[in-house]
Design a protein. Structure first.
Length: 488
């Protein structure tokens, strides 16, 4: 595998892929520096768009809306426009690992705080992430733990912590679950947003002004079971925090979570030797997530022939990679005033376009902020079926006008025009390369015929630029229909 191919594979899996100009720039850096830049994303600027910008509507006629669909659009914008794609890929992973769904929570602000907690702790110590996410009101409501009190502890929450969040099935007993549930007594949450007086505009403005949470974790000492509990053979008066920290540092947790991270990025189970190495990194680093991800990205096995190009894209990777290649991140951010504040309304075009992207992902089988169940999503072939593929075939990206110029077609065909290509075959090759696809012979033949029918290289003449959107749509339709478009 060449350096170029390694960089391309790395950015597909730990990001959303690269356009040819971006790939050329990364290739100049070399693999090591390209990987370092991708992995060290906290050093890069955050997008800087407040989620609350998506809540406001016409203030004279409508009240603020804090429904989760608005924060779904905010998250989609982050994925489309970010310089830190690994951050978004990890956020999606942790959203599935610590699955919480608004179909049960039914509270947009709670879902936002849950998501922001993942952003804050998702690239730090696993121990801190586990503790923070377990205290999120959205998580507690999702797992039926409004209050957990002595004499009536919540075993459901404790069971999911052991089974799904830390050690995995088969590494604990039913008695361990019961004892952990007693350790978590005294935990609960309070919900203030809907209890406060005033209309939504006032409540949201004051919440932003005073940095006042809409809901918050609450600890009730008088409701805690203060007797000894025996968890995994260790007897003491465990409280919730101590028990969770102990679980996060168990060797079973290191193996379970490291294996899930490898599978998410590599698309297959970790070979035993690879998993052993990851567990060693986990133990040496104290469960430091950046070190685990770095070990995955630099593992020779990550670039094996069996790994590269054989992983079905999930709907997020499919939709977002196309949006980024069509320049939607740049187009969207150009519409937003640079000095916008949390109390300013996001431009309608951004809300509409990002809402559309989230809708397309939903139709393909992945609804952000609504995982299928407590176990999260199953990555890979689970997203490839007749109904989801029918939805994918209908998606050719975006149609976005600025001064009567369709920006997506202008981005792609403008790039092809600047290459000064000399044949239909060259146009097809570079068009497919732009979308990071190696089409099969049948698709290549169809694309050659389409480009030939519109004049070949003559299509790049100035007078024909208004026709680019139609040609872009027609050619991308066939590229999307090729199996190669759905693997990476």
């Amino acid at each position: 595998m060449t350096v170029r191919e390694k960089i391309q594979h790395l950015h597909r899996r730990l990001g959303f892929g690269l356009t040819p100009p971006e790939l050329a720039a990364e290739e100049k850096l070399g693999f090591d520096r390209s990987a370092q830049r991708l992995l060290d994303f906290p050093k890069l600027p955050d997008l800087g768009v407040s989620p609350y910008e998506f809540c406001w509507r016409n203030r004279e006629k409508e009240q603020a809306d804090v429904g989760s669909y608005r924060f779904r659009a905010w998250w989609t914008l982050r994925m489309v426009a970010t310089e830190r794609p690994l951050e978004e890929k990890l956020t999606l992973f942790w959203h599935s690992h610590f699955a919480v769904g608004d179909n049960k929570v039914e509270d947009g602000p709670m879902m936002l705080y849950y998501l922001q907690t993942i952003y804050k702790h998702g690239y730090g110590k696993f121990e801190d992430l586990l503790l923070a996410i377990s205290r999120e009101p959205a998580m507690m409501r999702y797992l039926d733990m409004t209050r957990s009190v002595k004499g009536n502890p919540n075993e459901n929450f404790a069971r999911e912590v052991m089974e799904l969040f830390t050690m995995g099935i088969g590494n604990y007993t039913e008695d361990d679950v019961k004892e952990l549930s007693r350790a978590l007594t005294g935990w609960g949450y309070i919900h203030t947003y809907y209890e406060l007086p005033g209309e939504s505009n006032l409540k949201l403005t004051e919440s932003i002004q005073f940095d006042r949470p809409f809901a918050s974790f609450a600890y009730l000492p008088s409701m805690r079971d203060e007797t000894d509990k025996t968890i995994l053979g260790q007897k003491r008066d465990w409280d919730g925090e101590a028990a969770l920290r102990m679980l996060s540092n168990r060797p079973e947790t290191a193996r379970y979570v490291s294996g899930k991270l490898w599978s998410y990025f590599a698309g297959q189970e970790a070979p035993p030797k690879v998993l052993d190495r990851l567990v060693t990194v986990w133990k040496k680093s104290g469960g430091n997530i950046p070190d685990i991800v770095r070990a995955i990205a630099l593992a020779p096995e990550f670039y094996a022939e069996s790994v590269v190009g054989n992983y079905p894209k999930n709907p997020v990777d499919f939709v977002i990679s196309i949006a980024r290649k069509q320049g939607m991140g740049r187009s969207m951010m150009a519409k937003r005033p640079k000095d916008a504040k949390p109390t300013d309304e996001i431009p309608k075009e951004i809300m509409d376009q990002m809402g559309y992207a989230a809708y397309r992902m939903d139709r393909m089988g992945l609804t952000l902020l609504v995982p299928p169940d407590v176990a999260g999503w199953t990555w890979g072939e689970n997203f490839i079926n007749s109904s989801s593929m029918a939805e994918r075939y209908q998606y050719q990206g975006f149609h976005y006008l600025v001064d009567n110029v369709e920006q997506c077609a202008a981005t792609v065909f403008g790039y092809l025009k600047n290459l000064q290509l000399t044949s239909v075959e060259d146009i097809t090759q570079k068009f497919a390369e732009y979308y990071d696809v190696k089409p099969n012979p049948e698709t290549t033949k169809i694309l050659n015929a389409i480009f030939a029918s519109v004049g070949g290289v003559a299509m790049f003449e100035k007078a024909k630029e208004p026709q680019w959107p139609g040609w872009h749509f027609a050619t991308l339709k066939y590229l999307v229909a090729s199996p190669e478009m759905h693997l990476y």
